[in-house]
Design a protein around this ligand. Structure first.
Ligand SMILES: [Zn+2]
Length: 300
C-alpha cells in the first residue's frame, strides 16, 4: 500500500505529466497551423520539363501553362507512369500557342479537372472542334487576345497576353486525306501573370527575340522570367539572355531545351550570357518547385 505522501506525490506527478502533454499538443497544433499558413501564403512554381509549368497561388488556385506533361523530361511521366496522376487539381490551362509540344495533355487535363482554358479564340475554337476540348470550359470570358488583360481566380491573378514572334497551328487528329493536318491556331503569345501577394511571372512561349520585349518590361515589373532558350524553333541562348534583360527580369529561368534533338541540350550558354549581363539565373530541374512569399523567393 503506498503511503498518503506517496499517493499525493504520484497525483502531482500525474497532473504535471498531463499538463506537459496538453501543452505539447497545443504547441504541435500551433506549429502545424503556422506551417499551413506559411505554405498557404506562398506562390509555388513547378517545372514539368519543356515549356510546362504549374503556378499555385497563395490562395491555392492552380494554373497550368503549356501542359505537355507527358514530355520525356518529366520524371512523373517516366517508366510508363501516368503524368496526369500528379496533377489532381487544375483551375486554369493557359496555352501560348497551338503546337503539340505546348497543347500537350490539355484536353485530358481539362476533362479530368474541369479547368478553364485561357488562350486566343481561334486556338480555343479549333481545340473544341478538332481535339474535343470540353466546349463549356473553352467558351468563357477567359478567351483573350494579345494586348489584353483578364482577371481570374476571384481577382487573385491578372493575366496579360503578350506578343510572340512564332507560329501557331492546331494538330487535327480527325483530318482525312483531303484535310490539312494542321488547322489555324491564331497568333502565338506569351503571358504575364500578376499574382496578388506573389510575384509577377513572365512565360515567353516560343517567341523569337523582339525589341518590343522592352515594352513588356516597362509595363510590368517582372520578378521571374521563364524563357525559351533551346534555339532552332525559338530564341538561341544568347538572345534569350537579351530577352531577360529587355523584360527587366529579376530572375531568369530557362525552359524549352534538352527535350528533343535540335534544341540546346544544356543551359550553359544562357547562364554564361546572363552572367555577363549581371542577371540572376536559376536552373530548375524537371519536377522542381520554387516558392515565393510575396515577391521574395523563399525556397530554391
Ligand atoms: Zn515549342
Amino acid at each position: 500500500m503506498p503511503s498518503r505522501l506517496e499517493a499525493k506525490a504520484y497525483k502531482i506527478l500525474k497532473e504535471t505529466i498531463m499538463k506537459i502533454f496538453k501543452f505539447t499538443i497545443v504547441l504541435v497544433v500551433l506549429a502545424f497551423c503556422f506551417v499551413l499558413q506559411g505554405s498557404a501564403q506562398e506562390t509555388k512554381i513547378k517545372w514539368f520539363g519543356h515549356a510546362a509549368f504549374s503556378v499555385t497561388t497563395p490562395k491555392g488556385k492552380v494554373l497550368l501553362i503549356d501542359p505537355w506533361l507527358a514530355n520525356p523530361l518529366n520524371p512523373e511521366a517516366k517508366d510508363g507512369k501516368d503524368a496526369l496522376a500528379a496533377v489532381p487539381k487544375a483551375d486554369y490551362i493557359l496555352l501560348t500557342h497551338g503546337h503539340r509540344d505546348h497543347v500537350g495533355d490539355a484536353v485530358e487535363i481539362a476533362k479530368k479537372t474541369g479547368a478553364i482554358l485561357i488562350c486566343n479564340p481561334e486556338l480555343s475554337g479549333n481545340l473544341v472542334k478538332l481535339a474535343d476540348f470540353p466546349a463549356k470550359q473553352a467558351g468563357t470570358d477567359a478567351i483573350m487576345g494579345i494586348g489584353g488583360e483578364i482577371q481570374i481566380a476571384d481577382g487573385e491573378v491578372t493575366v496579360a497576353m503578350t506578343p510572340a514572334v512564332h507560329s501557331s497551328s492546331v494538330f487535327n487528329p480527325k483530318a482525312d486525306a483531303s484535310d490539312a493536318e494542321r488547322a489555324y491556331g491564331g497568333n502565338p503569345a506569351g503571358f504575364v501573370l500578376i499574382i496578388k501577394d506573389g510575384p509577377v511571372v513572365y512565360h515567353s512561349g516560343d517567341t523569337a527575340y523582339f525589341k518590343d520585349m522592352e515594352t513588356v518590361g516597362e509595363q510590368y515589373q517582372i520578378d521571374l522570367a521563364l524563357l525559351n532558350i533551346g534555339g532552332h524553333f525559338g530564341m538561341e541562348p544568347r538572345m534569350a539572355a537579351k530577352a531577360a534583360k529587355s523584360v527587366g527580369a529579376k530572375l531568369a529561368v530557362p525552359h524549352h531545351f534538352a527535350t528533343f534533338p535540335g534544341i540546346a541540350q544544356t543551359s550553359d550558354g544562357f547562364a554564361a550570357e546572363l552572367k555577363r549581363l549581371k542577371i540572376p539565373f536559376y536552373e530548375m530541374k524537371p519536377g522542381d518547385v520554387i516558392a515565393y512569399r510575396g515577391k521574395q523567393m523563399v525556397k530554391k
